[in-house]
Unconditional design. Sequence first.
Length: 357
Amino acid sequence: MKPWFEIREKTALIYGEQTWTYEDLEILTEAVGVCVMNAYGVLICPSQDPLKQLACMLMGLKNQIPVYFGSIEGTEALGKEDLSDHVFLIATTSGTTGRKKWVYKKAAQWLNSFKPHGSVFGITEDDVLFVNGSLAYTANLFSVLQIFHEGGTVVLSDDKNPKQWMKAMVHHGCTTAFLVPSKLRLLMKALPDLWPYPIEIVTAGEVLPVKLFESASKKCLHLRVHHYYGATELGHISAIRHEALKSNPGSVGQAFPGVAIEIQQGMIYGKSPYGSSLGSNFESAYDYGYVDEKGYLYVTGRKDSQINCHGRKFDAMAIVKMVSAKDEVETCLLVALEDSSGYGLYIHWREGVAETA
């Protein structure tokens, strides 16, 4: 995975006031400093600085060493399993148990998905991508490596202030951005009443609320929002572009190229060349959902969000979506507290001003 090093003079990375060409990325891999190697040959990066994380990742790719982002504590046996299948990244996920587990990512899983991802979302070597936050979040890391693969430019940020995101996007001429829906909401709140700057935003990691999509479309006349659904273990499962979101609100899209989707006992399964089985088996992240007559997938809840309240099962995700859909509700949080009689459900929300067309 070193094709980007062949584009010598083009700007590859912008971080604060610093700029690196594709040639400079080779130098960046030599300035890691914060990483340590455990007994099983895994490069462990405890830093939360996205630049140091990227340097660690590039060093791992260059030397074919698997990388893990996180605390050094508890990683003594990490990599003890067979790493011969070209593992380049060890990520963590809570799955359906709420307990951390290791996910071994093979290079082929992401290499297989770079081209279709670029094709679906129209990402090319001419794009300048904005990414905010830690690269330990695999969707952030994927976005960065995918645009390097295309030969584009990445603007990397760890700023907590969404107004600074906006300034960076405008200053560096960003054409696209990856933001999870919660960060998209923060950006929309920070923007002026109308924002004429054209940009395409790709979201993932959370369900994209219909109200957020509609308010973003009204506030930014030239903004286009695209969304994809997947999981750390499965990779991409479905995707939906801005135009389809308008006519299929709440959907997470149709099957991603090369993916087959099945609903088994109400649960979403995907057979994907981007997952851990590389397309040989149907796998699930244990989300509930359905596919409509047009082939659009909808996520209705998660297995690990089921709450037993006095003998009745409730889906926390479905309740939050229902309350959040009200015009007068800006954000919503559901809390389950256990007492002597079982679990009680408490819903907290922040009221907002209902928008008018």
